[in-house]
Ligand binder design. Structure first.
Ligand SMILES: [Cu+2]
Length: 114
């Protein structure tokens, strides 16, 4: 029970900055990606350049995946059957590759900013 209380407390503390960031993020255009069988769908995501956008990554697999992109400077773990909003940009026009680091053979994609 004590562990549970601690976990709930920790979760609420961790959630606080996310809630604070929510209003600004809600205004950003959101693009949804899924991970299924360790493949991103879609694998090519076109987004507007020069403005912040949100990638909503839904992991339909039961295993965790790590969304990793050096060019986007993001490295985020999405647990199995969970989703995560990842804020990116503003991006200059161009192509920004990403991958699922836990399944680098199959999980690849690119964000194209126009
Ligand atoms: Cu990594």
């Amino acid at each position: 029970m004590r562990l549970l209380t601690t976990a709930v407390f920790a979760a609420s503390v961790l959630a606080a900055p996310l809630l604070a960031a929510a209003p600004a993020q809600a205004e950003d255009p959101t693009y949804t990606l899924t991970i299924k069988d360790h493949v991103f769908e879609p694998s090519r995501v076109e987004v507007p350049a020069n403005q912040k956008v949100t990638l909503l990554v839904k992991n339909l697999d039961t295993t965790p995946e790590e969304f990793e992109s050096k060019s986007l400077r993001r490295e985020k773990v999405i647990m199995g059957r969970k989703e995560l909003a990842i804020s990116i940009g503003p991006l200059k026009p161009g192509e920004y590759t990403f991958m699922g680091e836990y399944n680098a053979d199959t999980a690849h994609g690119v964000v194209v900013a126009k």
